[in-house]
Design a protein around this ligand. Sequence first.
Ligand code: SF4
Length: 259
Amino acid sequence: MLYKTGVEYGDYTVNHVLGCSHGCKYPCYAYLLARRFGRVKNYEEWCSPILAINALELVQKELPNLKDKIKSVHLCFTTDPFMYGYSEISSMSVDIIDEINRYGIPCTALTKGVLPSRLYQTSKMNSYGITLISLNEEYREKYEHGSATYHDRISSLKKLHDQGYKTWVSIEPYPTPNIIEQDLSEILDAIDFVDRIIFGRLNYNAKVTEYKDYQKYYDSLVCLVNDFCENRKIDCHIKDGTSSKLYPDKDGGGLSVPH
Ligand code: SF4
């Protein structure tokens, strides 16, 4: 259940659910992988999540052997730990976080659902995040139709910030203007209280490369995000392959992880 991840900002991870009802259509990289390796047959199956009901027991069994190797655990890279409308998944995620914290190991979590109030009782060494790539509800309905509204996501994150937790936002996969015309500054202003922002381009979608000068566009957004973070003393991470200048693409597109 606990395994080391190869992605950019991860150490160990737990992915205790197969599938995700949020059903993102950017497309979702986790879905593409699950289909490729035969774990799900189609999109409908992907959107009907299956919780590993023994996930907590497995984590309890594995932690004593792994505890000295693990610096942090991320929930989740291939599903959503606080899937909207699935309280049993959220509840299991909090139980797993508590169990990992018992060994002095911090957790990070990222969601397109709502961060539950049960997290207020968890250790302050954890940090909690949401994905936010727009404020436009029509866009959310089209591309992330099973997820929580942007307003509810931000408000659950703000409450955790007010409770003294470190909070972060993943602005990825950020779309080009031929997909949606929007102002990134407005999105940044809506989450100016967070401790960390991760910004990344949209991958695996032909519309991006159809947009003339898409690389210049992403380069200008990277400057905007960097300036915003610098002015507000917010930690900033630009995903590989997003900017041509600061972070040249080494692996042909960068690894686009979910959320
Ligand atoms: S991108 Fe994340 S939230 Fe969306 S379907 Fe994939 S795993 Fe779920």
